[in-house]
Design a protein around this ligand. Structure first.
Ligand code: G
Ligand code: G
Ligand code: MN
Ligand code: NA
Length: 251
């Protein structure tokens, strides 16, 4: 297929593929605590191609394995230049999680870039975790033992049972934007988010709310004692140069 050939080509030359970073804030202090790495592809003819279009293709062809390794290494190198307390969050594809060399690859990226394991969080979507097999669960557990945090992405969309959640190796829950979107208009969305926050506190896990676009949503999340927030209200994904000019020398 044409797009697949173009993606292979893009992976061989500099410039088409790059990483943007979206800030994540403490809900309590409203200061930056970390950034999520988001892959971008600027195609020479088509222009920007959305990740929703090319990531599934990269997964089908397993190009996501070298591509994901490249994102991880690039983002770790970038994060190693940030002020100490800030962390980096990187999305992991289920295809990467399937591979037995994942743990070695993550350790290698940390070693080569000098980023402390404690400053890296890896996001896995809830649906993937629910379907994960023994080997995949043990890889996540091994990453956690190495100090890396695991986040469940798009939480609320993947049908995990509460009993199963208890057994999963993770540190953070990222509440899907669909719940945040309706917070102001729909009291059941508030009840659901409040319950997820309460559950995560009891399990000693942290909560990140995604897709926060309004002050109203922010203050509801703050009142519900959500730990961290991310969304256009606070900051859009940005190129690495902009991080330094916008946020350094803070904190
Ligand atoms: O900004 P946004 O359009 O980037 O992201 C759309 C989707 O693409 C999100 O679900 C996000 O998790 C996914 N995505 C973005 N970057 C990466 C990446 O580096 N690896 C993987 N596996 N998914 C990514
Ligand atoms: O699935 P994941 O959470 O990894 O995807 C992150 C995606 O969410 C990216 O496409 C990013 O650009 C997008 N995003 C980030 N903040 C907002 C927001 O406030 N509103 C909306 N609609 N999308 C957002
Ligand atoms: Mn994510
Ligand atoms: Na998400």
């Amino acid at each position: 297929e044409a797009l697949e050939d173009d993606l292979r080509q893009a992976m061989q030359e500099a410039g088409q593929l790059y990483v943007h970073y979206q800030p994540i804030y403490s809900a309590e202090t409203r200061s930056v605590v970390g950034f999520e790495a988001l892959l971008r592809w600027n195609h020479p003819v088509r222009g920007l191609v959305a990740p929703m279009q090319f990531i599934p293709l990269a997964e089908q062809t397993e190009l996501i394995v070298p591509l994901g390794a490249w994102v991880l290494e690039t983002a770790c190198a970038e994060a190693a230049t940030w002020p100490e307390p800030w962390y980096l969050s990187v999305n992991l594809s289920p295809v990467q999680l399937e591979k037995i060399h994942l743990v070695r690859e993550v350790r290698g990226a940390l070693d080569r870039t000098g980023l402390a394991a404690e400053r890296l969080e890896l996001e896995i979507t809830e649906g993937v975790l629910v379907a994960a097999e023994g080997g995949e669960i043990s890889r996540l557990a091994e990453l956690r033992r190495a100090g890396v945090r695991i986040a469940i992405d798009d939480f609320g969309t993947g049908y995990s049972s509460l009993g199963y959640l208890r057994q999963l190796p993770f540190d953070t829950i990222k509440i899907d934007r669909s719940f945040v979107r309706n917070l102001e208009s729909d009291s059941s969305a508030q009840a659901i988010v409040g319950t997820i926050v309460e559950l995560s506190r009891r399990l000693n896990r942290e909560i990140v709310a995604e897709g926060v676009e309004t002050e109203g949503q922010f203050s509801i999340l703050n009142a519900l004692q959500c730990h961290r927030v991310q969304g256009w209200l606070l900051g859009k994904p940005m190129p690495p140069e902009e991080i330094a000019s916008t946020y350094f020398p803070a904190p």
